[in-house]
Design a protein around this ligand. Structure first.
Ligand SMILES: CC(C)(COP(=O)(O)OP(=O)(O)OC[C@H]1O[C@@H](n2cnc3c(N)ncnc32)[C@H](O)[C@@H]1OP(=O)(O)O)[C@@H](O)C(=O)NCCC(=O)NCCS
Length: 320
């Protein structure tokens, strides 16, 4: 018989071993997801730090003699979006020989139950684009494609913009208002095509606080494109150290990029991206990732024209 229960400290070693198996099978489908030697140690440390915390839950499926599966979930803040928090399934794995007996469903049900106790209305999970069986598993349980995480290895030669009266430069505090307007323009595009990307009425105060933080943050690159009559585009990128999920890794991330509607298709988006890319490559990131809506054809074309490829799908499921 298999029982589902909250993990105890003494389970950590077995969970880490299951996690290693999960990573190895992902790596067979997509070498970019193959575990590095240090991943198990990192995962073990994260689990230890998570243990007993109010914002996360680690569950195990216990068979007659040993653990046969685990699930990790955490509560993620998502302001200023209208869904201000969601539950993230950071891992769900059942040993190969134990599948098809309802253990995966029992783990997911227990995790969703915990998310609902936390007052969360939606769950997210990341699934490899190279794993159609996993995609089907989640789709059969009510999850659907929400964002595509694209991947770029950063290896192309630098981009030379040629002669242009426009400058791309680090953002300054005087750019705050222009950046807020561009950020809102970017979100208006997205909320019109996917209501899950709509923002709360008090977005301005929250984003203004974030902009102040981006201006100070040494782990971020925050740039603007300036024409003769002011700032007409901005981009934000940074270093991200992911500890949970399909592939723990340090990588570069593009968080935001927007060009004002009157200035599009003039190469400004490309220049803004290259300003982030050069900064990230100087910091030796092995790859650059970003999220893009599958129903935003313009940004899908844009990022793929710059060399980004499929990597991971972020799926969404409503809990209530
Ligand atoms: C996506 C966005 C940043 C592109 O900026 P841009 O300055 O217009 O892009 P560029 O002129 O540098 O385009 C570079 C390449 O991307 C592709 N591209 C850009 N816009 C495109 C469009 N509307 N349709 C098809 N391909 C497009 C083209 O291949 C283009 O190269 P080309 O002009 O030589 O053919 C801009 O449209 C924008 O800000 N959109 C709203 C906010 C947004 O969606 N941001 C992305 C969030 S993930």
């Amino acid at each position: 018989m298999t029982i589902i229960r909250v993990a105890k400290r003494e389970d950590l070693k077995e969970i880490v071993s299951l996690h290693k198996q999960a990573g190895e099978s992902q790596g067979q489908l997509d070498p970019r997801l193959a575990p590095a030697a240090s991943d198990s140690v990192r995962f073990g440390r994260v689990l230890e730090a998570m243990s007993g915390r109010r914002w996360c839950r680690v569950l195990v499926a216990e068979g007659d003699t040993e653990l046969v599966g685990y699930a990790v979930g955490s509560r993620v803040d998502n302001e200023p979006f209208t869904t201000s928090r969601f539950g993230l399934v950071g891992g769900l794995y059942v040993e190969q020989g134990q599948r098809g007996r309802g253990t995966e469903d029992a783990l997911l049900e227990a995790l969703n139950g915990w998310f609902m106790e936390q007052g969360l209305a939606a769950t997210h999970v990341d699934v490899s684009c190279s794993d159609p069986a996993a995609q089907r598993f989640w789709e059969d349980r009510g999850f659907d494609r929400f964002l595509d995480q694209l991947w770029w290895d950063g290896s192309s030669e630098s981009y030379e913009p040629g002669d242009s009266p426009l400058v791309v430069r680090p953002a300054r505090s005087g750019d705050r208002e222009a950046v807020l307007l561009l950020w809102k323009e970017m979100m208006d595009v997205h909320s019109a095509i996917d209501p899950r990307l709509s923002i709360a009425p008090d977005w301005r105060q929250k984003v203004a606080r974030s902009v102040r933080r981006w201006l100070r943050d040494g782990d971020s690159r925050f740039v603007v494109a300036e024409a003769a009559d002011g700032v007409i585009g901005f981009a934000l990128g940074g270093l991200v150290d992911v500890t949970l999920g399909l592939k723990p890794s340090m990588h570069g991330q593009v968080a935001h990029l927007c060009v004002g509607a009157n200035w599009r298709r003039c190469g400004i988006g490309r220049r803004l991206f290259w300003a982030l890319r050069d900064w990230l490559v100087e910091r030796s990131v092995p790859s650059i990732h970003l999220y893009v809506s599958p129903v935003n054809p313009v940004s899908q074309h844009f990022w793929r024209a710059l060399g980004f490829e499929d990597y991971i799908s972020r799926l969404w499921c409503d809990l209530v």
